[in-house]
Write a protein that binds this ligand. Sequence first.
Ligand SMILES: Nc1nc2c(ncn2[C@@H]2O[C@H](COP(=O)(O)OP(=O)(O)OP(=O)(O)O)[C@@H](O)[C@H]2O)c(=O)[nH]1
Ligand SMILES: [Mg+2]
Length: 348
Amino acid sequence: MVKKCIGCGIELQNTDSKALGYVVDMNMDYCQRCFRMTHYDAHLVKDFIPDNEQILSDLASLKGQFLWIIDIFDLETSLRSSLSRFYAEHECIIILNKCDLLPHNINLDRLAQYVLGRIRQINVRSQAILTRGINPDFVESLRSVTDPDQPLIMTGVANVGKSTIINELLGAQVATTNPYPATTMRINEIKGAGYHIYDSAGLWIAESMQACLNVDDLKKVVPARTVRPTVYQLEKGQSLSLGGLARIDLNVEDCSAVSYLSNQLKVHRGKSANADDLWKRRYGSEDLSPIPMDSRYPESFKKVRFNHSGKADYFICGLGFVTVTGEKGIVDVLVPAAVQVIKRKAMI
Ligand SMILES: Nc1nc2c(ncn2[C@@H]2O[C@H](COP(=O)(O)OP(=O)(O)OP(=O)(O)O)[C@@H](O)[C@H]2O)c(=O)[nH]1
Ligand SMILES: [Mg+2]
């Protein structure tokens, strides 16, 4: 009989110590990868890249209630993923996770309304939207909208907190969780505390900044606790450099910008006219770091141009967003070529 890792769902094997699912002894319940992640904080970037088509076809074969877990801080990454097409065909309950990353005075009902407006535009069939992270009633709320006789199926892009939620429901550390994307590797059936749950591998998003970073830089860039918004009053023709990962050139009159980024990421402000020269000279220096893996400036970057007026968020997948308020003008966002930038109605 096939034995699977309790932490990540991979099939266990004791023949190849370099391959996924390895255990020294087949009596063990967790694979070596899960064991190392949990006990030694050890990570190998991209040792496993989820196959999105396979995940979606595995999910479609399951019977139960679909939960779509969304990292609210990284909302657009979820909404642009192929799960939005999946949920145009399957009903789901949406969980807005990691609400604690946003400023504490955030109104959760308004946030849920904002997301409801967004998902209606893409025809997602959601039965309910719940919030988690600062909502003490989350488990109760989930119970009130789910059928106890049906399994819960956790879905979402990588790293949004699917396995963490399972452990909260079970009241025990069963599923492996980790600050880096691609921890859970297969459909993982878990039973306990009156629940029947399927965990799943998160979809891999190649357009996310997180796919461009090594483990040490991921630690700085993926926020683990509440982000401190920083307000900038800017003159026309100023730029904000977000480490060496992205730059926002604001050619907007009477402009203010509020950044929502990991507290560990340095923001450097300067004149747009000098920015290109500064980046060529200082790319990767203390002021302009971290930088994406295997990248050079300007060859590895693209510039995305937006017409600006009023208030809008400039959202960089896997990194964060900057809310800009000002008169009419042009906003240029410089990002690694693979990374997606989205202008959206301000969320906060
Ligand atoms: N601040 C905050 N962090 C959270 C929350 N939920 C999960 N996390 C953290 O997010 C990271 C990813 O959590 P996981 O549960 O491994 O995410 P996942 O969706 O199962 O990830 P994959 O298996 O890689 O797809 C971990 O470091 C968690 O501690 C939350 O509500 N708030
Ligand atoms: Mg997981």
